[in-house]
Design a protein around this ligand. Structure first.
Ligand code: IDP
Ligand code: MG
Length: 136
């Protein structure tokens, strides 16, 4: 039975700044994700606040929103069987120092805030996040 899903992936400013986007995209392709849509954009602080609103009560919220809006990002729709879970696995733990060997955050992440990639954490949030970035 097919379980084809889509998830939202973001290559964050720290990785785009280091010109790692092609290298990171290679990881997705090698792991059998299809990049259905892709665009390079820079979002405003208020758009970042909207995107990360689930974190608004966290002490790092303001910094997080400043950071995501600080430079260009690559947003992508990735497709694969169980794409949401598979992308979370490929990304690794939020904190690169705790991420497993071979994961994107282990390979490319600088710190817990500059951890190079975002991935939707549920099928429901994937739909919301895809809509957020690809509604126009
Ligand atoms: P996730 O990106 O692995 O889903 P979340 O808990 O959803 O992690 O947090 C969203 C983003 O907020 C993280 O990717 C990271 O950039 C940032 N973040 C999470 N925890 C901290 C923290 O303790 N300090 C600073 N930034 C954090
Ligand atoms: Mg999250």
């Amino acid at each position: 039975m097919s379980n084809l899903e889509q998830t939202l992936s973001i290559i964050k400013p720290d990785a785009v700044e280091r010109n790692l986007q092609e290298e990171i995209k290679k990881n997705f392709i090698e792991n059998n994700f299809i990049i259905k849509k892709e665009k390079k954009i820079q979002i405003s602080k208020s758009e970042a606040e909207d995107f990360y609103k689930v974190h608004q009560s966290k002490p790092f919220y303001n910094e997080l929103c400043n950071y995501l809006s600080s430079g260009p990002i690559i947003v992508m729709i990735l497709e694969k069987e169980s794409a949401v879970k598979e992308n979370r696995k490929l990304m690794g733990a939020t904190d690169p120092t705790k991420a497993e060997e071979g994961t994107l955050r282990k390979k490319y992440g600088i710190s817990i805030d500059k951890n190079s990639v975002h991935g939707s954490d549920s099928i429901e949030n994937a739909k919301i996040e895809i809509e957020f970035f690809f509604k126009f």
